[in-house]
Design a protein around this ligand. Structure first.
Ligand SMILES: Nc1ncnc2c1ncn2[C@@H]1O[C@H](COP(=O)(O)OP(=O)(O)OP(=O)(O)O)[C@@H](O)[C@H]1O
Ligand SMILES: [Mg+2]
Length: 349
C-alpha cells in the first residue's frame, strides 16, 4: 500500500543559467556566498535529504532566504532541481512527463498560500470549487463537496460573500477549504499563516490540527516561527543557507540543538509545551504512585493536572495503560526551565 511519504534525496538547486556547471564545486564545499561572488549564481538548496512521512505534518523552518519556498516548490515541481530526487510513493516527481506531472499536481497536491490567492470576483463557494472545476468534476457534485468543507472550516453562511468582505483569517479558511475540496493527499502550505494576527493564527493552527487528526494528509508546512513549528510539526527540518542544519521532532531539536544557530532559535521556547514526561521520568521502583499520565504528555499539561489534583508524584503509562516510569512535580518544573538561561548568566558574569 502506498504510504504517501515524500522523500527528498540529495537535492540541489543552483539558480542561474549555468547552474549544472557548478554542482561539483558546491559538492566540494563552495559556500553560497562564494558561489555568488565568483560565479554570480545563487545556491538555493544544497544536498537536502528529508523524509516526510505520509500522514504527518513536516515543518520546514529557517530565516528569510534560507531556501524554504525553493524546497516546497520542488515538491510539485514548480521548480526543477539542478540535481537530486523528490520521490512521492517512490516515484520521482522530477522525472514525470508533462501529462503525469499535470495529473500529479491536480489530483495529489493542493497549495495554501500566505496571501490566500483567492479570486476577487468569485464568492466563497465559487473560490472553493475552483480546483474541482479545473478537474472537470460535475458542478452539483463539486458544490456538494465544497459546501461540506466550507462548513468544516466554520464558514457556513458566508458562501455568497466575496473575499473583500472577509477578514484575513476568514480568507485563509477559504484557502484551506479550497485546498481540502481538491481531496489531495499532499497539502503544501508556504507561510500560510504568517500574515495573520497572532490569535487568529493560533486558531488556524487548531483548525489544521483538528482536521489532520481525521484526514491524515501528508502536510508540508513552512514557517519562520518556532512556536508554530513546534505546535504543528510531527517532524521539523531547519534550513540555513540552503542546507538542512537539523531535523527531528520538536522535542529532539529543543533538547539537543545541533549548533549555535539552532540554540539561538530555541532559547526562548516554552519547554513546558514541548518536552514530554517520558523524557524525564525515572524507572519505577515498587508500585506506581499518584496519577497516571499518558506517555507523550507535555510537562505543562502534567504540571497542571498534578497541581489541580494536589499531588506531587505521578506515573507514566504507555498506550496500553501499563506503567513505564515515575515522575514528580519537582522534576517537571525543573524541566520546564530552559538551561539556556544558565549560559546567559555565565555570559553576563
Ligand atoms: N528565481 C530565483 N532566481 C534566483 N535566485 C532565487 C530565485 N528564487 C529564490 N532565489 C534565491 O534562493 C534563496 C532561497 O530563497 P527562498 O525564496 O527559497 O527563501 P525562503 O526561505 O522562502 O525565504 P522567505 O522566508 O523570505 O520566504 C535566496 O537566496 C533567494 O534569493
Ligand atoms: Mg519563502
Amino acid at each position: 500500500m502506498a504510504s504517501h511519504a515524500i522523500e527528498v534525496k540529495n537535492l540541489y538547486k543552483i539558480f542561474g543559467p549555468r547552474g549544472r556547471e557548478y554542482i561539483d564545486l558546491v559538492k566540494n564545499g563552495m559556500s553560497k556566498a562564494e558561489l555568488n561572488e565568483k560565479h554570480g549564481h545563487v545556491l538555493g538548496l544544497q544536498d537536502i535529504n528529508i523524509s516526510m512521512p505520509g500522514g504527518c505534518i513536516t515543518v520546514v523552518m529557517g530565516l528569510s532566504g534560507s531556501g524554504k519556498s525553493t524546497l516546497i516548490r520542488h515538491i510539485n515541481r514548480l521548480i526543477d532541481p539542478t540535481a537530486g530526487e523528490v520521490l512521492y510513493d517512490g516515484v520521482d516527481v522530477c522525472k514525470m512527463n508533462e501529462n503525469d506531472l499535470r495529473q500529479f499536481r491536480r489530483h495529489k497536491t493542493a497549495m495554501v498560500f500566505q496571501k490566500f490567492a483567492l479570486l476577487p470576483h468569485r464568492n466563497v463557494l465559487e473560490n472553493t470549487v475552483y480546483g474541482l472545476e479545473i478537474q472537470g468534476v460535475d458542478r452539483r457534485e463539486s458544490e456538494k463537496r465544497a459546501l461540506g468543507w466550507i462548513e468544516r472550516v466554520s464558514l457556513k453562511g458566508f458562501e455568497k460573500h466575496y473575499p473583500n468582505q472577509l477578514s484575513g483569517g476568514m480568507q485563509q479558511r477559504v484557502g484551506l477549504a479550497r485546498a481540502l475540496t481538491n481531496d489531495a493527499e499532499i497539502l503544501l502550505m508556504d507561510e500560510a499563516y504568517s500574515a495573520l494576527d497572532p490569535l487568529i493564527r493560533v486558531d488556524m493552527q487548531t483548525v489544521l490540527l483538528d482536521l489532520q487528526q481525521e484526514l491524515k494528509k501528508t502536510v508540508v508546512f513552512i514557517t519562520h516561527d518556532l512556536d508554530e513549528a513546534l505546535r504543528l510539526g510531527d517532524k521539523i527540518a531547519i534550513l540555513r543557507d540552503g542546507g538542512v542544519v537539523q531535523q527531528g521532532t520538536g522535542q529532539e531539536i529543543v533538547l539537543s540543538p545541533a549548533d549555535d544557530y539552532i540554540t539561538a532559535f530555541v532559547k526562548e521556547v516554552n519547554r513546558g509545551r514541548v518536552v514530554h514526561v517520558d523524557t524525564l521520568m525515572r524507572p519505577l521502583s515498587g508500585s506506581p504512585e499518584g496519577l497516571p499520565l499518558p506517555a507523550g504528555t507535555v510537562l505543562e499539561a502534567a504540571a497542571r493536572t498534578m497541581t489541580g489534583a494536589h499531588i506531587n508524584t505521578a506515573h507514566v503509562v504507555d498506550a496500553a495503560g501499563r506503567p513505564i516510569g515515575a515522575i514528580d512535580l519537582q522534576t517537571i518544573i525543573a524541566g520546564m526551565v530552559s538551561p539556556a538561561s544558565d549560559s546567559g548568566d555565565r555570559q553576563a558574569a
